[in-house]
Design a binder for this molecule. Structure first.
Ligand SMILES: C[S@@+](CC[C@H](N)C(=O)[O-])C[C@H]1O[C@@H](n2cnc3c(N)ncnc32)[C@H](O)[C@@H]1O
Length: 312
């Protein structure tokens, strides 16, 4: 199996081998990742584009791949703290801003973290499965033209995949961080997305105007970064056209330095979704750790929640 991968998907193989040698976490997880359901073409494409975005420089490329190892290590360390204290490090946006964003600036939301997120779409099984759901069930639209919004765009990965499939749609990406906006620009350029098909705005979502309505909204890993996620969901509802759809992913009981809102289980996310008047069309609830796999609805275990929503 591994030999096959090495021949057919050389960049994926090289990167996986590098991660396995770098960190015990990947030594265990990568053999499980490469099963019959893994999207090998996508994995190879993520690595190839990452290499291009690294100026085709191996040192630079591996430094970027290290972003994923760092992000994974940070998650494991913070998760231990969460298990001990029963809460995230911070409970308000102000605290995160003062203690992390303004202090660490670029490092916090900067290239390292964004590279980690980018490579996680191939090398974290839970993220890879979200991408597969997104490609299989969300972007299969027949409408030739429309408007799509990604909040927050982060790396811009999801919006970029959307535009590759639907080049005639207009895309808007919004993020608070300069670094997210520039990362997205670089990713779009590497994927040859025409500049006139998108705009990327450095804006706080809560200040984003509501005059324009969208056919599709993408929202990956956002609610847990907010003090009031229900408020954000209600705003999505107002921004979405009546026949529109939302693709959403949410971290449940999973620590990160800038996670604020602590969901204890998937049902708490569903409750917010319903309260905002959305219907759940499809969902994928995955435990982060293999050992919890049989009990994804349990409270106080790390879970990744994804769903496709429509208006009631
Ligand atoms: C974990 S990333 C998610 C990125 C992307 N959606 C994904 O799934 O890969 C969280 C992002 O939220 C952005 N963010 C946090 N609060 C925000 C706000 N109020 N408005 C806009 N962006 C925000 C951060 O700058 C960061 O890029």
């Amino acid at each position: 199996m591994l030999q096959d991968i090495e021949i057919k998907f050389p960049m994926l193989f090289k990167t996986a081998t590098y991660l396995q040698n770098k960190m015990g976490f990947f030594k265990d997880s990568i053999p499980r990742l490469f099963d019959e359901d893994f999207n090998y073409e996508l994995g190879e494409r993520i690595c190839k584009t990452g290499f291009e975005m690294s100026g085709e420089e191996w040192n630079q490329y591996y430094k970027h791949v290290d972003g994923l190892a760092n992000m994974s290590l940070e998650f494991l360390k913070l998760q231990v703290k969460l298990e001990k204290t029963g809460k995230y490090l911070y409970s308000s946006f102000k605290e995160v801003e003062e203690n992390e964003y303004s202090k660490n600036g670029l490092e916090m939301e900067g290239p390292d973290y964004l590279w980690g997120l980018y490579f996680s779409e191939a090398f974290w099984k839970i993220h890879h499965n979200f991408v597969k759901l997104f490609l299989r069930d969300f972007i299969t639209i027949t409408k030739e033209k429309g408007a799509v919004l990604e909040i927050p765009c982060g790396t811009g990965f999801f919006l970029c995949e959307f535009l590759k499939k639907h080049p005639k749609w207009n895309a808007t990406g919004v993020d608070l961080a300069d670094t997210a906006i520039s990362f997205s620009h670089i990713l779009f350029k590497a994927n040859e997305i025409p500049q006139n098909s998108y705009r990327l705005l450095k804006t706080n979502f809560f200040e984003f105007g509501e005059a324009e309505k969208f056919d599709r909204i993408l929202c990956g890993e956002f609610l847990e970064h907010l003090e009031d996620p229900l408020d954000a969901l209600k705003k999505f509802y107002r921004l979405l056209k009546n026949d529109g759809r939302v693709f959403i992913t949410v971290a449940v009981w999973a620590a990160h330095i800038d996670h604020i809102f602590l969901y204890n289980n998937a049902e708490e996310v569903r409750n917010h979704i319903r309260e905002a008047r959305f219907s759940i069309e499809k969902e994928l609830v995955q435990t982060v750790f293999e050992k919890d796999k049989s009990e994804p609805e349990k409270s106080k275990i790390p879970v990744s929640y994804a769903a496709i929503l429509s208006k009631n």
